[in-house]
Design a protein around this ligand. Structure first.
Ligand SMILES: *Cc1c(COP(=O)(O)O)cnc(C)c1O
Length: 357
């Protein structure tokens, strides 16, 4: 299998071999030490301000999105949501379910929100801002500097879902004054799905601690409290947390987050150069290093996905809904090499010879 989706993605050998071992009992000082290491490296790689915390939720990225919406906002807030694709829309659904008042800002297709668009919402009484830094469904990376400026001048609490951009694109939680950052295990962390991570600034922790949340499993107060001793309130996905530990330490020993971002940028750049002669149009004007969204000029995007999977053993990421025939995506995250790109390009060229492209 050669996997160019945007998650789950391919893991490297060390991570795979951990997955083949027995899962240990976890209420031990040894596991607590591993969890504290995980927390410290997550804070380091997201460039969180001093005295921030990171909690590990057993549940995919959406569980952490929901936990954040429930724990930091309530009916007295008014949040602005960038609704530019299926993940942005998920924040809209979550605010509906949890009765958080909101308005949406809808970017032009394939584009970031602009400073001018944001300026229209100045001084309108918002208290928070929710954005998916890379709207993975469209492959659009938003202008986080402009969003951060807008939030700073309006005093908004900024929540960033960087689930697919973490380790792929520059991000500095402290400099951008981001209060909450969310990511997940199956994107660039390149571990199996099942764990998501929430990094909270001191201000975010204050919000969490001053609110009552109607949930037991997603109560971040108890996650924070248990995390103080390197533990979780309930049995976590222990095996994945051990894999995350190995992966974070690999990144640290291989040059840290900067080197990891540079590697992803290299894989993405190589792919984008090598497809120039192929009948594709890149449909995002603001690309993340994580993914390239492509519109095939001659055939159905979904047919390309099916053909690559069934006839070449290569997986790309189909788009859903009304975009299924128009757009597919090639991810650049996980254990991928330049040679892997060459295999995918070779498959495209072969499909072209067969009149399938
Ligand atoms: C993958 C992803 C999620 C989370 O999806 P899950 O299926 O719940 O893991 C959320 N936001 C973005 C931007 C994503 O790429």
């Amino acid at each position: 299998m050669l996997n160019f989706t945007v998650g789950p993605v391919m893991s490297n050998q060390e991570i795979l071999s951990i997955g083949a071992q027995q899962v240990p009992y976890f209420r031990t000082p040894e596991f607590s030490r591993i969890m504290c290491e995980n927390e410290n490296l997550m804070k380091k790689f997201s460039k969180a301000p001093d005295n921030s915390r990171a909690v590990f939720i057993t549940g995919s990225g959406t569980a952490s999105m929901e936990a954040v919406v429930m724990n930091v906002f309530d009916e007295n807030d008014k949040v602005l949501i960038v609704d530019g694709g299926s993940f942005g829309h998920r924040f809209v659904q979550l605010c509906n379910i949890h009765q958080v008042p909101y308005e949406t800002i809808v970017p032009e297709e394939g584009c970031s929100v602009t400073p001018e668009q944001l300026a229209e919402y100045d001084g309108m009484g918002f208290t928070g801002f929710l954005v998916n830094l890379d709207e993975t469904s469209r492959g659009v990376l938003y202008d986080i500097d402009a969003i951060s400026d807008f939030c700073n001048r309006n005093g908004l609490f900024l929540v960033v879902d960087s689930i697919s951009s973490f380790l792929c694109d520059e991000f500095d939680m402290e400099k951008l004054n981001v209060q909450v950052m969310i990511t997940g295990s199956q994107k660039a962390l390149a571990c199996p799905p099942g764990i998501s991570v929430i990094v909270l600034s001191p201000e975010a922790m204050e919000r969490v601690c001053s609110r009552q949340v109607r949930s037991m499993y997603l109560d971040l107060k108890s996650a924070l409290k248990n995390g103080e001793r390197g533990q979780t309130p309930f049995t976590p996905a222990v095996g994945i947390l051990l894999q995350i530990n190995a992966r974070l330490k690999q990144i640290e020993s291989e040059g840290g987050v900067e080197a990891e971002i540079a590697h992803t940028a290299e894989i993405a750049g190589d792919f984008r150069r090598k497809i120039r002669h192929l009948p594709f149009e890149i449909v995002s004007k603001s690309l993340s290093n994580a993914v390239t969204p492509l519109h095939p000029l001659n055939v159905s995007a979904y047919d390309i996905f099916t053909c690559l999977k069934d006839e070449y053993g290569i997986w790309v990421c189909p788009n859903g809904g009304e975009m299924a025939d128009r757009v597919f995506r090639v991810g650049h995250i996980g254990c991928l090499t330049i040679e892997d790109n060459d295999r995918l390009i070779g498959a495209f060229e072969d499909m072209q010879k067969r009149n399938l492209l």
